[in-house]
Design a protein around this ligand. Structure first.
Ligand SMILES: Cc1ncc(COP(=O)(O)O)c(C=O)c1O
Ligand SMILES: [Zn+2]
Length: 403
C-alpha cells in the first residue's frame, strides 16, 4: 500500500525516504510522524479479517510486507471475556502478554526488523525500558541483522535474560531510561544503524495499531465503550487510537471507543501535558514508579498521544504504585491473567473509573495487558509472601483436611 508521512505537529508531509524519521522543522520530540495511507483506494470488508490470523492479515494498512514464518507468529493474541468482573456485566482483556517475547512490543519490533531488511541495513538498535528491546532482539534473531540494545541497568532480570539469550549486544547503562534514549540516538545516528526507538520510528506505531484492529475483529465488530492501556512514551496509546480511527474511517465500525491512557502517579508526564492543553509541549519531569516499563519522565510521543486524544475523545488518568501492585494479584486471581506492573496498570485504571462511577455496569470495557507478569517477578514478590515448609510440617497441617 502506498503511503506518506505527516508531522503530527505542523502537518508537513514527507516522502517515506529510508533515513526519514521525524520532521525537520519540529525536531525529534515535537515532530513525530504519522503514516498516512491512500485510504480512498482501500475497500476493505469485515469478511477480509479473521479473529486469530495474526497481524499481517492487515497488510493493506501496514507499511511493510512479511518475510518469514516468525513474522506470522506476531499478533493474534487472545481477547478474553469475563462476566461480573469489577461489578461490570462484561469486561474484555486483550492479553498481549502471550506473544513472541511476551509483550505488546512484538507488534512494533517486527515492523522495525522488516523495514531494516527492506532498506538494506545490517544493524538495528534501540533504547528501551526492556520490552521493546527484548522483542527486537528475539524478532531479529532469525535474520542477518545485528542488534544493539541500550537499556537502564535497572532492567528486570527476565527482560535482560531475553536479550542475552537472543544474542544481542546489550549495553545496560547506569542511568534513567530517558538518558539512555538520548545516548542511543546519538550513537545510533553516528554509526548509521536502523533506529527502533519509540516515537522516533513512525512505522512502529503501525504494528501496534493492529491490536485495535484485533479487538474489533475478535469482538465481532462490537465497539467497546472504553479501552484502558498504560502509558509511558505514549506510542501504544496513540497507536490504539489510530487503529480504531482507521477502522471507523474505512466504514468497518461506526464509532470509536473512549481510549483511557493510564499512567503511574509518579510518572505522569503525558497526563500533565494533556491537562495543560494546546499547543502540546514536550516536558522533562522526574519519573518514579515500580512499573519500570512506564517509568518515563520525558515521553517521546507526548505530542501525538495528546493530539490524538484531543481529536478522538481519549483521556489520561493516574493510579498509585500501591494500586498497580494490588491490580497484579487481583487480576491474576480473578481472571488468570498474570501481568507485569505496566500491564496491570490498565486494570487498575479501569477499577479507579468503576469506583468513581465513570464506567457504568452495562458499559463494555476492554483492558489491554501489555506485558507478561513473568518478565518482572521481583516487583510483585514483596506483596505475595510465602512460607516454605518441612515435609513433616505439611503432612501434619493437612491431616484431616480434604482437598
Ligand atoms: C508492558 C508495557 N506497557 C506499556 C508500555 C508503554 O508504552 P508507551 O511507551 O508506548 O506508552 C510499555 C513500553 O515500554 C511496556 O513495555
Ligand atoms: Zn513538523
Amino acid at each position: 500500500m502506498t503511503y506518506h508521512l505527516k508531522c503530527v505537529n505542523c502537518q508537513k508531509t514527507y516522502a517515506p525516504d529510508p533515513d526519514r524519521y521525524t520532521c525537520d522543522a519540529c525536531g525529534d520530540l515535537k515532530g513525530t510522524l504519522e503514516v498516512v495511507y491512500d485510504y480512498h483506494r482501500l475497500h476493505l470488508k469485515r469478511e477480509d479479517f479473521s479473529p486469530y490470523e495474526g497481524l499481517f492479515q492487515f497488510k493493506d494498512l501496514l507499511p511493510v510486507g512479511s518475510h518469514t514464518s516468525i513474522d506470522e507468529a506476531m499478533g493474534g493474541t487472545p481477547l478474553l471475556e469475563f462476566e461480573g468482573l469489577l461489578g461490570l456485566d462484561r469486561v474484555l482483556i486483550k492479553h498481549d502478554g502471550v506473544g513472541f517475547s511476551s509483550s505488546f512490543k512484538d507488534r512494533a519490533s517486527i515492523m522495525a526488523v522488516n523495514k531494516a531488511l527492506e532498506l538494506g541495513y545490517d544493524t538495528v538498535y534501540c533504547a528501551s525500558t526492556g520490552n521493546a528491546a527484548s522483542s527486537l532482539a528475539l524478532a531479529a534473531a532469525h535474520t542477518p541483522l545485528k542488534t544493539v540494545i541500550f537499556v537502564p541497568a535497572t532492567i528486570p532480570k527476565g527482560k535482560l535474560t531475553q536479550l542475552l539469550v537472543a544474542g544481542a549486544q546489550v549495553l545496560p547503562i547506569k542511568t534513567s531510561y530517558d538518558e539512555v534514549f538520548d545516548i542511543s540516538l546519538k550513537i545510533g545516528r553516528e554509526k548509521g544503524w536502523y533506529c527502533r526507538n519509540s516515537a522516533i520510528n513512525p512505522y512502529l506505531l503501525e504494528g501496534k495499531k493492529t491490536a485495535a484492529f484485533e479487538i474489533l475483529v475478535q469482538n465481532h465488530y462490537e465497539v467497546p465503550d472504553f479501552v484502558f492501556v498504560s502509558v509511558g512514551d505514549g506510542t501504544i496509546v496513540s497507536a490504539l487510537m489510530k487503529g480504531f480511527r482507521e477502522f471507523r474511517d474505512l466504514g468497518l465500525v461506526d464509532k470509536l471507543p473512549r481510549v483511557v491512557g493510564v499512567q503511574a502517579e509518579g510518572a505522569a508526564a503525558v497526563k500533565h501535558v494533556f491537562e495543560r492543553g494546546e499547543p502540546f509541549e514536550p516536558v522533562a519531569e522526574k519519573a518514579d514508579t515500580i512499573a519500570d516499563s512506564i517509568s518515563v519522565g520525558n515521553p517521546r510521543d507526548v505530542v501525538k498521544a495528546c493530539t490524538f486524544a484531543r481529536a478522538l475523545g481519549g483521556t489520561f488518568i493516574t493510579v498509585t504504585d500501591e494500586e498497580i501492585l494490588k491490580a497484579i494479584t487481583e487480576m491474576a486471581a480473578t481472571t488468570g491473567v498474570f501481568a507485569e506492573p505496566a500491564g496491570a496498570t490498565a486494570y487498575a485504571g479501569l477499577k479507579t473509573m468503576v469506583q468513581g462511577g465513570e464506567v457504568a455496569p452495562d458499559q463494555l470495557a476492554c483492558v489491554v495487558v501489555t506485558g507478561n507478569g513473568l518478565k518482572d517477578i521481583d516487583a510483585v514478590r514483596s506483596s505475595t509472601p510465602v512460607t516454605f515448609y518441612e515435609v513433616d510440617q505439611v503432612c501434619q497441617m493437612m491431616k484431616g483436611e480434604t482437598t
